[in-house]
Design a protein around this ligand. Sequence first.
Ligand SMILES: O=C(CO)[C@@H](O)[C@H](O)COP(=O)(O)O
Length: 245
Amino acid sequence: MSTLHLNNFSDSASQAIAASRKTVAALHAELPRNDLVAWTAGNVSQKVEFPGAEEPVAGVFVIKPSGVSYDELTAANMVVCTLDGTKIDDDTSIGLSPSSDTAAHAYVYRNMPAVGGVVHTHSPYATSWAARGEPIPCVLTMMADEFGGDIPIGPFALIGDDSIGRGIVETLQDSRSRAVLMDRHGPFTIGTDAKDAVKAAVLCEEVARTVHLARAYGEPERIAQHQIDALYARYQNVYGQKDNT
Ligand SMILES: O=C(CO)[C@@H](O)[C@H](O)COP(=O)(O)O
């Protein structure tokens, strides 16, 4: 744990961290609710950036503690880490370790500045594609909309250091996809914030399941590239509500 304490941040930064802890705790409930995880095997994080120079670090991220039941997750036991993955003194117990995927989340935040949220699950259909080391081909309009093409496979990597994070960044940095299936491991998704990354995790599992079911009756055909491009452009720019605030 670093010697940095929550008290070292300004009131506005502390409030932003507190709001993120609340958000991230609540979003973890979406993982079991959408059948994306077994037991405690999945995690959500969100980055909090401090644009001014007055804070002790440029940013932190909030992530769940490792191996704690989703029912027991609250804002108060969300762990706060600096962007190198070190837990700060966040008023949680000194023995409460962050998720075992913390180094992977930290690497993504350090190397993909536009990413504000990261999610990892072992959702069963997406993980079955990962187990085969097979990308999910873009055979559904929802895939073109949300992922802009195939959902790629990332390299095989061991948990515990930067390896998984490096694999995620290498695979997604030049891709439109917000999901990567780490080889023989499972999906990691990214978003502008934690909610956006959770949405990508839910939709990744949905398309993994649907394409799997379709393949029981034959090989579905990939959508033509120009149609994928048109679908992606429309969905990214027109779909949903405009934020007028
Ligand atoms: O891949 C694995 C375990 O097989 C990890 O992703 C863990 O399942 C994450 O659990 P937490 O440490 O986040 O509770």
